[in-house]
Design a protein around this ligand. Structure first.
Ligand SMILES: [Fe+2]
Length: 287
């Protein structure tokens, strides 16, 4: 080895490597530690060079040490590999979740369209009720989770009408008392239709009670005031407003002015006063 440079002996190269700790230690006169890969032996080393100085501060010699860290580096590589695999898996899961969420939303909208398609008179009713209900909820500062629950409940609020005869829904004359009783079953039927779906349990009481009134004269259970789930009270207002501003087989639409005065007059009797107030503010803004 005599007469040979250390980079020739250790690294098998003809010139010093860029990160040579010996050169750096010579310049800085202090210890330098670097991690090096030696392709000749296919190993990683933690290399440390400390210059030993004489009394005048000149370099007398060097203490050069190499610690084989190949095993630790291999473990680190394995860890990085598993971490990347884990992140890839999370990305895949995220993608599947987005796909499922999309499918879920499309199904809910298809359901809503199927409900409205029962009768030409109710085309677009569920979507409009949803837009009004969500606007009320936003005006009242509901949190995102409640708004999402309300959105699904509003889209599906009349799903029980799927089990009601079209001849009754489309009847141009006033309904008989038996027919009225049949139509009044739709909130109960709706909740029953959705009961097997685990993810929709939160909306069952909203569907069941969307025709209750604050004064207890609604159906199916005659609940009063705060006994009625709050989100159901919001849907009642959105639903009534859309009915009053849409034509029906037995009457033309009473119109927006009539609907507004009805909402105000029946606030605290049929409708929740806070939700009415919020809805009037919403309508004022979009005027
Ligand atoms: Fe309804």
């Amino acid at each position: 080895m005599r007469g040979k440079k250390c980079y020739q002996i250790i690294h098998g190269m003809n010139r010093p490597i860029e990160t040579c700790p010996l050169i750096k230690a010579t310049e800085t006169l202090s210890n330098v530690t670097v991690e090096l890969y030696e392709p000749g032996v296919n190993k990683y080393f933690m290399t440390s060079v400390t210059p030993m100085l004489d009394e005048e501060g000149h370099i007398k010699s060097y203490v050069h040490s190499l610690v084989d860290i190949t095993e630790a580096k291999d473990k680190e590589k394995e860890l990085i590999k598993s971490r990347n695999a884990f992140f890839n898996m999370l990305n895949d899961l995220d993608y599947s979740y987005v796909e499922l969420k999309g499918l879920y939303n499309s199904l809910i909208h298809s359901f809503a369209n199927a409900i409205d398609a029962k009768s030409p008179w109710t085309k677009g009713h569920s979507e409009r009720v949803t837009n009004y209900a969500v606007a009320i909820a936003k005006e009242m500062g509901f949190n995102d989770k409640d708004i999402e629950t309300l959105r699904i409940a509003a889209l599906l609020h009349d799903i029980g009408k799927i089990g009601t005869y079209d001849v009754i829904l489309d009847k141009p004359d006033r309904l008989s008392s038996e027919e009225i009783e049949l139509v009044k079953m739709h909130p109960v039927k709706g909740a029953e239709i959705l009961r097997p779906i685990m993810q929709l349990q939160d909306i069952l009481p909203i569907i069941r009670h969307h025709h209750e009134r604050i004064d207890g004269k609604g159906y199916p259970d005659g609940l009063k005031g705060e006994e009625i789930p709050f989100l159901a009270r919001v849907i009642t207002i959105a639903d009534s407003f859309d009915s009053m501003t849409s034509d029906r087989p037995y009457r033309p639409a009473p119109g927006i002015e009539y609907a507004l005065s009805e909402l105000k007059e029946s606030s605290g009797i049929q409708f929740d006063p806070g939700a009415v107030e919020a809805f009037l503010m919403v309508l004022e803004k979009i005027k």
